[in-house]
Write a protein that binds this ligand. Structure first.
Ligand SMILES: Cc1cc2nc3c(=O)[nH]c(=O)nc-3n(C[C@H](O)[C@H](O)[C@H](O)COP(=O)(O)OP(=O)(O)OC[C@H]3O[C@@H](n4cnc5c(N)ncnc54)[C@H](O)[C@@H]3O)c2cc1C
Length: 366
């Protein structure tokens, strides 16, 4: 199966790390470009099964509550959905089913569970370490997403809190909080969806850093493009990618309208400290809390790339290339699902651009 194996090290042209939407899109385009899976390129994924981060998402997230899962190139999502009423289908079941079918159809031969811990530059090749699996590759497409890096901001007294603190990553169902007062922190889509759900079974307080902006209809292509362009500008300048909600606002669905009518969407500014039994603001006001749910997002899971020293002074990585998937300081490395390609549609487009550019850099496929 492995074309080049020397002293237990697998030699390949391109290593793809991660097999979510971004990694699968890259795999598809690598195949189309004529590289053999398992030898010309090798895909590694830490999860035990296909599905990327979708396999871990909470059960109440359905195809009607996600924004939209865009089709991967070459196979429509709808073809894999056998259900009559796809809207109610649990995303954590349907999307992994789609990805599994996709991997099989295009014979991508993803190796899992394989967790890459370190990528080092051994010019002219990279050494990619993943437990017993060691790869030597000429180029890297990193598509490790964000799920492994939940972000929780630090507030004084957090360690003294006597109740439960959890991040959305560990959320399963609202019923777990019945009878408890829940403080939901965060102004993104996940925050408002979970706030809505939890407020139907118990009392809640909502806090966000900025005043949330709700909009009534789809934000349309222009606002969508503006959001992506803003993130693209940031990563080209070497800044951390940032949030797109500041540009697109939050869509006021029927369910959120009902939540607003119940008074659930009354938002407070961020508290300034956490105490054993609640949270306090600078003006002295206090809310008692049993649970603090941090819906404060994720960061890119890039720790294994640390030896490559890609981060610059701006705190991010300077990106270039057609769709800003290429690391400016080392054109042999592409980051997919980072910055403007951090959406299912962005991952699709980015996959194509990354493969074309990396093949050129490495002089492959001429
Ligand atoms: C709650 C929620 C809802 C969302 N809804 C939408 C939506 O409706 N539409 C949309 O476009 N986007 C949505 N997104 C964003 C969405 O996650 C991305 O668009 C897309 O699915 C991410 O794909 P990805 O391949 O970049 O990452 P992931 O799906 O996270 O895949 C990364 C893969 O890399 C693997 N991996 C990670 N670290 C390593 C490692 N060190 N070694 C090996 N493998 C590793 C993981 O196991 C995983 O399989 C949502 C995000 C969240 C959190």
């Amino acid at each position: 199966m492995w074309a080049d194996l020397l002293d237990g090290v697998i030699f390949t042209d391109i290593a793809v790390i991660g097999a979510g939407q971004a990694g699968l899109s890259a795999g598809y385009h690598l195949r189309r470009a004529g590289l053999e899976p398992g030898s010309g390129f090798v895909m590694l994924d830490r999860s035990p099964a296909p599905g990327g981060a979708w396999q871990y998402r909470w059960p109440s997230l359905t195809l009607s509550t996600v924004n939209r899962v865009h089709d991967l190139p070459g196979l429509e999502f709808a073809q894999v959905l056998t259900d009559d009423a796809p809207d109610g289908v649990i995303a954590a079941e349907a999307v992994p089913r789609y990805y599994r079918t996709y991997e099989e159809k295009f014979d991508l031969r993803v190796r899992r569970p394989v967790t890459v811990t370190v990528v080092c530059d051994r010019e002219p090749r990279f050494r990619i370490e993943a437990g017993e699996t060691v790869l030597s590759a000429r180029g890297v497409i990193n598509a490790t997403g964000t799920w492994e890096k939940p972000f929780i901001p630090s507030y004084p007294g957090a360690e003294t809190f006597g109740g439960q603190q959890l991040h959305t990553k560990n959320y399963t169902r609202a019923g777990d909080f019945a009878g408890k007062h829940v403080v939901v922190v965060g102004g993104g889509i996940s925050a408002v969806q979970l706030l809505d759900e939890i407020s139907q079974v118990t009392s809640t307080t909502w806090v966000t850093r900025r005043e949330p902006v709700f909009r009534d209809g789809d934000f349309g292509q222009d606002a969508g493009r503006a959001a992506v362009a803003m993130v693209e500008d940031r990563v080209r300048a070497g800044l951390p990618p940032g949030s797109v909600v500041s540009v697109t606002g939050l869509l006021l669905t029927d369910s959120l309208r009902a939540a607003r009518d119940r008074g659930t969407l009354t938002r407070l500014p961020m508290f300034s400290s956490i105490e054993p039994d609640g949270v306090r603001w600078t003006d002295g006001s206090f809310v008692r809390a049993d649970v603090i749910l941090w819906a404060t997002g994720f960061r890119s899971a890039l720790d294994h790339l640390a030896p490559l020293r890609l981060r610059g002074h701006g705190g991010g990585i300077v990106m270039d290339g057609r769709l800003a998937t290429r690391v400016a300081a080392d054109h042999r490395v592409h980051l997919l699902g980072y910055g403007p390609s951090a959406s299912t549609i962005g991952a699709n487009r980015g996959g194509r651009a990354a493969v074309t550019e990396l093949m050129e850099t490495l002089g492959l496929g001429e």
